[in-house]
Design a protein around this ligand. Sequence first.
Ligand code: ZN
Length: 150
Amino acid sequence: MNDKHYVNTNNARSGDKYENVIKEIAEHKVCPFCPEHIAKYHKNPILIEGTFWLATDNMYPYKPAKNHLIFIHKTHIENISEIVGEAWAEIHKMIGQIITDRKIPGGSFLMRFGDTAFTGASVTHLHAHLIQSNPESPDYGNSGLQARVG
Ligand SMILES: [Zn+2]
């Protein structure tokens, strides 16, 4: 019996498809970002595969994002303190490559870590977000793109 929590359904109360996906993953008791399960839960192509990270477009981008990529640590870690120096160097290089390739003039980089009760993360497996908002979208409204961080 695996009682470990790989996802936090409380942080995926969006009322849309994503909420259902997270609930299904919680029932299966698997980590959606671990190598043995990622192909089942993540259908977007891997844009860059490094030694430590995969870069890919988020399956469920925040609205209204023009670009929303995620960098998934290839092995299951949950805390920022577990990222080794070489991995920081690699993600730095990958971010630069994505910004150049996608011609991203400005964006946000977000990495939640540790106990999801304090972060707003729905998946515990460490990953980071690179998000470019889209102020021209009708969804932008008065508050723009908002991301939960706790
Ligand atoms: Zn994992």
